[in-house]
Design a protein around this ligand. Structure first.
Ligand SMILES: [Zn+2]
Length: 210
């Protein structure tokens, strides 16, 4: 099985595609967030080192992230990296650990990202999540479970989402160039319905190009 990387801005549907590829095709879905939490929770040496950086409000260094990833992927294939690599150094380091055969870049324009994500609402009482566009509550802006009035988190305000989008695109541009240069980047139009994006992802995975 191929090792894959999923790239794309928040709201492009990376999580949905990753979960389906894992459930239906046996890919090992790895996000560095999960790996980091796992190492910290288990109190491994790497986890303790990483925690020291996080407690100090600093970014966990690339070498440490790579060491953790290495531990989780040793001897495996069919790995689906989600939210990783984030930097060129990580991408180059990853070559030594788990060579990537295909990178799926979920493309979505800024306005669509803002429209999708600014519809998010959360129940302040029970924490239930909604999206006014894709997953609305039964009653207007009230929680289905406890009836509380739904609120919008500061993180989900349009101007914050727009800024996050710009940061993502700027940070990921070198990665897109890097993988494009290797000839393994496939662009998918993430504005299409999720079912179609998933089908396009599967076609890209099955297409055995050199
Ligand atoms: Zn509620």
């Amino acid at each position: 099985m191929k090792n894959l990387v999923l790239l794309g801005p928040p709201g492009a549907g990376k999580g949905t595609i990753a979960k389906r590829l894992a459930a239906e095709h046996g890919y090992l879905h790895l996000s560095t967030g999960d790996i980091l939490r796992d190492e910290v929770t288990r109190g491994t040496e790497l986890g303790r080192k990483a925690k020291a950086y996080m407690d100090a409000g600093e970014l966990v260094p690339d070498e440490l992230i790579l060491a953790m990833v290495k531990e989780h992927v040793a001897g495996k294939d069919g790995i689906l990296f989600d939210g990783f690599p984030r930097t060129l150094a990580q991408a180059r380091g990853l070559e030594e650990i788990a060579p990537i055969q295909l990178v799926l870049f979920l493309e979505l324009d800024r306005d669509t990202v803002v429209r999708r994500l600014s519809g998010r609402r959360v129940c302040p009482q029970c924490g239930a999540l909604y999206n006014l566009v894709t997953q609305p509550p039964k009653e207007d802006e009230r929680c289905d479970h406890c009836g509380a009035g739904l609120i919008q988190r500061d993180d989900d305000r349009p101007e914050v989402i727009a800024r996050r989008f710009e940061v993502y695109m700027k940070d990921s541009a070198p990665l897109v160039d890097y993988y494009q240069g290797k000839g393994i980047l496939v662009r998918l139009d993430a504005a299409r319905p999720p079912e179609e994006v998933y089908a396009a992802a599967l076609r890209a995975i099955r297409d055995d190009r050199p």
